[in-house]
Structures are given as C-alpha cells and as structure tokens.
Write a protein that binds this ligand. Structure first.
Ligand SMILES: Nc1ncnc2c1ncn2[C@@H]1O[C@H](COP(=O)(O)OP(=O)(O)O)[C@@H](O)[C@H]1O
Ligand SMILES: [Mg+2]
Length: 273
C-alpha cells in the first residue's frame, strides 16, 4: 500500500464550473520524493492544496486522496487535525497566507507544536531555534517575535521548513519551497530536505521550477501542463530522454539553471550540457 494515494483528483471553480485539474492520479510511497514540474498556471499549487483540503471554498474537488489507506474526505474537520502538521505538512508557496496575520510567527509555531508534542515551551523554542538556524535564519528569537508581514516571503518559507523539520512529518508537501531564496540559501534548504528524508524517511512531494533541484532531490517526477499530467517517470529517465514534447522543452530550457545549481553542488557533472 502506498503512503499517499491520489485517484482521479478533479478540481474546478465552483462558481464558473471551469475545470482546472480534470483527472489526476499518482502515488507516493514511504520515503519517496516525487517532484511536480510545469510552467506557472499548470495546476501544481491547486493539486498540493487539494491534498490537504486547503483550497479556497469556491475551489471544489472530487476524487480520492488517501493517507495510509484512509480517505481523507471521510474525516471530519476535527479528525483531520492530527493529519495536518504531523502526518502531512505543507510548505506553501505563498508564506503570508500560511500564517495568522494577527500574531507573531512564534505564537503560531508554538501552537502548532503543542498540538503534536507534549513539550514544555522552552523545549519547543529550543527545537525551533535549532531548526531555524539550520535553514539559515540566524536570529530565531527575533524572527519568532515578528509578525508575518514583517518578514520576507523567503523568510516565511524558511520558517515553514523549520517547522517541518521539527514536526518530522510522514509526508511533506513542498510547493516551490526554494523559489524566493537566493542560490546559496536554496542550496542549504535543499540539503535540509535531503537530510530530513534520510533521517526520518519523510515522503516528499516537491514542486519546483528548477530541474537542477529536482534532479538532486526527486526519485520520480510528474510533468504538468494545463492541469494535466503529461509525463511521469523516473527523474533520471525524464531528464535524460523526455518523451513528451513539453517535457523536452522544459528540460532544454532549464539547462542553464541546472548547470548553475550543479556548480553550487560542488561541480558534479557540470561539464554536461
Ligand atoms: N482561486 C482561484 N480561482 C480561480 N482560478 C484559479 C484559482 N487559483 C488558481 N486558479 C487557476 O488554476 C490554474 C492553476 O493554478 P495553480 O495551481 O496556482 O498553478 P501553478 O501552481 O502550477 O502555477 C491557473 O490557471 C489559475 O488561473
Ligand atoms: Mg504554484
């Protein structure tokens, strides 16, 4: 049995009836990293949010999303609570929307941790601080004291990644978690994901524009275009020899980025391309 099974996921705009994702199916097994790539507007974020039922109310969905064989649609809001955070944790593309604007980010982080762990306040702060430093947030207590609007998008993303590191979720859904970061921080953050996966075996659904990052982290990938999965397979196979013209286009147009990233990685096969 797969850890996460998505079958015939359909997503549409409830008011207009516009179909945004007609029929997607994929699986994620324990410890696997599956990337979703595709140009802007192809339905990657809608798909991620649908898995956790985090789309806005007028965005409707049908199909089966099952974690450990349990169809999440059958759970009440209360029953869903332990699934969000500890079992499935999402790093949203737009960090600002993930936080409560009326409170400092630290208050939110401590509340989430207290739902899942029986730790004292100082234990929670210590764990968060270590995780924040590991993703390049040098002054954890200052960051925790800030309101979301006082932090940049990249900092908020890193705060979410730090929270995921502490939560050690079974499934991490990371929606373009490195796009707002500079190249060096991006490298560090990707390494944290790789480590997290190695250490606790989290499965990762990783949305990215950057095929260099995808190649580093993902075993398998899905290519989306206009809401449809047009190609799927092993990352190495698709990057070496994509069969769909759109994947071939993506692979060729991202060569420059990939080489740049590989240089940062210490020069492994920079000569290629
Ligand atoms: N709240 C919304 N209401 C209506 N359409 C939306 C909404 N959010 C996204 N869409 C549409 O769905 C498509 C996919 O969006 P999204 O999943 O955000 O793309 P991606 O993450 O791949 O860039 C886009 O064409 C977008 O216009
Ligand atoms: Mg998106």
């Amino acid at each position: 049995m797969s850890l996460l099974e998505v079958e015939h996921l359909r997503i549409w705009e409830g008011r207009t009836g516009d179909v945004l994702v007609p029929d997607s199916s994929f699986r994620l097994s324990k410890g696997q990293c599956l990337a979703i790539v595709g140009e802007s507007g192809s339905g990657k974020s809608l798909t991620c949010k649908a898995l956790m039922r985090l789309n806005r109310p007028f965005i409707r969905q049908s199909g089966r999303v099952a974690l450990y064989g349990i169809d999440l649609a059958t759970l009440s809001a209360k029953e869903m609570r332990p699934y969000r955070g500890k079992r499935m944790c999402m790093i949203m593309q737009n960090g600002m929307r993930a936080f409560d604007p009326s409170r400092p980010v630290g208050a939110y982080l401590l509340e989430v941790l207290s739902l899942h762990y029986d730790w004292s306040r100082s234990e929670m702060i210590a764990s968060l601080s270590t995780a924040m430093i590991s993703v390049g947030l040098q002054e954890p207590s200052a960051v925790m004291g800030r309101y979301p609007h006082e932090l940049s998008g990249g900092m908020l993303q890193r705060v979410m990644i730090a929270l995921a590191i502490v939560l050690e979720p079974d499934v991490i859904i990371a929606d373009e978690p490195t796009t707002a970061l500079d190249a060096v921080t991006q490298y560090e953050v990707v390494e944290r994901f790789v480590q997290l996966r190695g250490r606790i075996g989290s499965a990762i659904l990783f949305v990215s524009h950057d095929l260099g990052v995808v190649r580093r982290i993902a075993d398998d990938m899905l290519v989306m275009k206009n809401g449809v999965i047009v190609e799927r397979g092993k990352t190495s196979d698709i990057l070496a020899d994509a069969s769909h013209p759109y994947s071939r286009y993506l692979v060729s147009s991202k060569d420059a980025l990939r080489n740049h990233y590989l240089q940062l990685m210490g020069g492994t096969d920079v000569a290629e391309g």
